[in-house]
Each structure stands twice: as C-alpha cells, then as structure tokens.
Design a protein around this ligand. Structure first.
Ligand SMILES: C[S@@+](CC[C@H](N)C(=O)[O-])C[C@H]1O[C@@H](n2cnc3c(N)ncnc32)[C@H](O)[C@@H]1O
Length: 382
C-alpha cells in the first residue's frame, strides 16, 4: 500500500528521518508530508511509532475527476465494504487545488454519497455520518483534476497523545514539539532545557523520545483496543488485533529506564504545575520549576535549549524580553540554543553587538506553527 504521513509545513525532513530510522520502506519526502510503502500493518506501526507526523493516511485509490460524475464513479470504484457497514460511522474531508471542482464541501458531499450508496446497495442500509468521532475518516485530495482518496489510519490527529489534559496559552502541538527536537539536532544525551515551558510539551516529548517510549504506548492502556481509527474499521480482525498486541509488547521492551536530565521552567507558576501534572500522566521525570528565563544558568554538561517564546498573534513578547533572552542565551557557553521564533525581534537581539563574543549565524529553518510561519533558529554558543 502507499501511505502518506502528513507534516506541519517545514517539518517534512523530521518525519522522513524518523521513518528511515524506524526502517519503513519507500520513504520519500514531499510537500506537506512523506510517502512510504508497505503492507497495511506498516500503516498501523507508523501510527504507533511516529512522533512527528500529524496523520498517517492510506491511499485507497487515485483517478481523474474533472467533474462530479467522475468523482462519484471513482469513489464508487473503491471497495468500502472492507471498512464500513451500516453499524459504523464515517466522515469525509476534502481539499483541492488547480481543479475544475473547487468547493471542498461539495467534493466531500459527493464522495460521501458515493460511499454510502455503494454500502446501501450491498447491505440494504447505509452507515451514518459522524463529523466529530467517525469510525472511518476519509480524505479526498483533488489536485489538477486528479483525485486521491485516503483513509486516515489514526482517525484523529496524532498529536493527541493523551498526556496533555491541560495547556497554558499557545501550546505547541506534541507532533510539532517532537519535530523541533529533531530539527534542532538534539542528541538525546545532553540535558534538555525549556526555560519557557508552558504546559511542558517540548520537555515531555523530549523525555519520551530519550527513553524510547513510543507514542502508541501513551494512550489509556485499559482502552487500548479502541486507540486508533483503524482499530474501529470493519477489516480490523483478530490477526490485526494480535499484531497490535505484539507491537505494544515489543515497544514496551524497548523502553529505556532512564534518560538525560530534562528541565522545564516558566515564569508562570500555574503552567509549571500543569507541566508537572502532564509529565506525570506521560510517565516521565522532568525537573519543573517556576523561574524567569532571565535567571537561566548554564548546565553541566552543556545542554540543549529548545524554547518557544511568546510572539506575534497569540502572545505579546516585546523587545525588552527578547533582549534579555539574547543576553542570557549568549552566555550559555558550549550549549546549543534553538528558538522557535515567530518574530525577527529575537534574531536581531541575538545578533546585536555586545561586549560578549559574537554569536555565529544561526541555522535557520522555516517551520509553520499552525497558520503562523516561524523560524527555527539554532545557535551553537561558542
Ligand atoms: C508560547 S508559550 C510556550 C508554550 C509551550 N511551548 C507549550 O507547548 O505549552 C510561552 C511561555 O513563555 C512564558 N514566559 C513569558 N515570559 C517569560 C519569562 N520572562 N520567563 C520565563 N517564561 C516566560 C509564558 O508564561 C508562556 O508559558
């Protein structure tokens, strides 16, 4: 089968590297995600093991769809009885570009009609639509009049790991935090430090990765059989369920007992308490404290700082804070400092001429945090 692991824009290389490390086959980065191939079980494994992907989609069919009839016919040519019956629910999401059909609601509606009509013919009854929590979530992408139809294996966005019951303002998605850890080159050995931790997403993702705790192990263990979307599909039989049990057991056996120190601090005592609670739910040890970034001290051995300061539309930072951050970060000799910045203010402050030795040019990557284009600036402090 052909699979597509979807990415926050700019994080495709992180998912590509992750898929390669996890020994998936046919890995090829593309705009918005990474392709890979394999039997259906590889799709299950991807949902279970990938930290950086938002969704894992299984391609069910691809055909020309220059008009609504061709779309209806093409979708109807896919065997939906494998996934759905009248007792299950579905939802369809559509996206299109450079095509004759332009209304995504209409494309979704037509796709849904083709699916339910086929099932009505087969069973004499049709499944119903559940937009909030469908058993089968279908995506249809129309690009230059060619439709590709996918089933979403996870069923919901994979960033919902289950550990973050509460978040502060402007939390990062867990999948993005995991991608930033990779893109900033954390070696999982140096101490990890997030001095503006909010709900602790970066620190917790880092601790999970360092201890090799697969994301699939995090969901409520007592409800494991309903964990991913594909576990609610009609074709999820005993053999597939057994495969999932084996996957869980193998993943548990690979968990490391300890990881490097992880420090999460924030000026706001309320969010520090959230971070502490979230780490507990995730089952990882992180050192949480209420502290200002202005008071951050170097660690021994030198650490890896990854920080998502307040910026732009969601939180107002201010030049004074950026100057203070730059002053502190420039003193962290031997550390790597990676900043997800939604404003040039921090980059300017880091580049300022100060009495300290100059900071070399950062490695700068464009990464999207939701609708906001940010830069991931990575500095090796001399
Ligand atoms: C964008 S949020 C971080 C969100 C976090 N990455 C998450 O996923 O939850 C920025 C954080 O910086 C904190 N902050 C603002 N000024 C600070 C300062 N001077 N020192 C430390 N933390 C500060 C805020 O309390 C807020 O939690």
């Amino acid at each position: 089968m052909d699979f597509f692991a979807t990415a926050a824009k700019g994080t495709e290389p992180a998912i590509r590297d992750e898929l390669r490390e996890l020994r998936f086959r046919g890995v090829r980065a593309d705009r918005g995600g990474v392709h890979f191939v394999g039997p259906m079980e590889e799709g299950f494994r991807a949902c279970f093991e990938l930290r950086c992907a938002q969704r894992v989609l299984a391609e069910l069919g691809s055909f020309d769809a220059p008009n609504e009839d061709a779309l209806y016919e093409g979708v109807g040519g896919i065997d939906w009885t494998r996934f759905l019956d009248p007792s299950r629910t579905l939802a369809v999401r559509a996206a299109c570009r450079s095509s004759a059909l332009t209304h995504i609601q209409f494309i979704a509606q037509k796709t849904k009609d083709a699916v339910v009509d086929q099932l009505r013919r087969h069973h004499g009854a049709r499944p119903s639509v559940d937009r909030e929590d469908p058993d089968v979530l279908i995506f249809v992408h129309l690009v230059r009049d060619r439709a590709t139809v996918y089933a979403d294996l996870g069923g919901a966005s994979l960033h919902r790991r289950g550990f973050r019951s509460a978040a502060g303002q402007a939390p990062l998605k867990e999948t993005l935090a995991a991608a930033l850890l990779r893109l900033s080159g954390w070696d999982r050995e140096r101490p990890l430090i997030d001095p503006m931790c909010g709900a602790g997403t970066i620190a917790i993702e880092g601790a999970l990765w360092a201890r090799n705790i697969a994301p699939g192990l995090l969901a409520a263990e007592d409800d494991a059989a309903r964990q991913f979307g594909f576990e609610r599909w009609g074709c999820h039989d005993e053999a597939a369920a057994k495969y999932m049990v084996e996957l869980r057991e193998a993943a548990r056996a690979r968990v490391r007992a300890e990881g490097p120190p992880v420090l999460a601090s924030d000026i706001d005592a309320f969010v520090v308490a959230l971070a502490r609670g979230n780490a507990e739910v995730a089952g990882v040890q992180i050192d949480t404290r209420k502290a200002k970034v202005e008071d951050l001290q170097p660690s021994t051995p030198p650490g890896h700082v990854l920080v998502n300061p307040p910026y732009g539309e969601r939180l107002v930072g201010g030049q004074a804070l950026y100057r203070e951050m730059a002053r502190v970060f420039r003193r962290l000799r031997g550390h790597r400092v990676a900043i997800l910045s939604g404003t040039p203010g921090i980059e300017y402050a880091m580049a300022q001429r100060l009495p300290e030795p100059p900071v070399p040019e950062p490695r700068s990557l464009s990464v999207w945090n939701g609708a906001i284009e940010c830069r991931l600036l990575t500095y090796d402090i001399p």
